[in-house]
Design a protein around this ligand. Sequence first.
Ligand SMILES: [Zn+2]
Length: 287
Amino acid sequence: MNAAKPVVLAAALLGLAGLMAGCAPAGPPSAGGSTTAVSPGGTSASPSASAGGSPSQGAGTATSSPEPAETSSSAASKGPETKKPPAQGGHDDPARIDVVVNKQRPLQPLDYFPADLATPALTAGPGGDGTQLRAAAADAAEQMFAAAAADGVSMTVLSGFRSYETQISTYQHWVDVNGKAGADRVSARPGFSEHQTGLSLDIGDASGSCRLEACFADTPAGGWAAQNAHRFGFVVRYQPGQESVTGYSPEPWHLRYVGTRDAGAMFSSGAKALETYYGLPAAPDYR
Ligand SMILES: [Zn+2]
């Protein structure tokens, strides 16, 4: 895991031409299924409701990261004024929960490794790998899964943190199999994967159906997440119709932790991409 080495850096600098999000090692999400997310348990009665009841906000485990001002004022995340993104400037620092990583914004440094990884107690789905997330995201994910379960929705985790080294080998595997262009459709370049922040996780439905596919949006877990993830600080990072902004096809299974304040405000503002919400340039492709 800590095998990062010069060789690895060299490989990245050599200009791996990757592309896609890198969530679905099994292939690009098929088009087609852009159905709207139905929310079976849409209005769950979780105590933290949508007002930003921040389950993990600045709490407990998240001690080491200089998070943006996630103050208690987040309780007002429903208010119109909170639609306004926080001051810019923090979106470059991978240690902050408001970092934005996309095809135009690689991690800095490329081999960034989170300092506070934790292993949340979540049900792993088929093919799920050892899931780690940064402490705050791990805590929030546990609470989100519990809330989903309380609504009768069984959610699984498929992937969390992925190291720079892992992404190098994953990407190279696809280059070997499909060539660069093909690899780029299914795997992110090393240093460009949001999973490397430790703030992203791929979820699945316990039924196993539509695993890492666009139709996941139609599963109970996919529908529930679309309507409720923000209550726990997560946003659906790659939404339909946002390819020209995020650079990725819809990935209803890929959630990104940004904290309850921003997740709630983005949800209620109607913004469909973090780039839009934070006022950052679109990133349709690599430079
Ligand atoms: Zn993902």
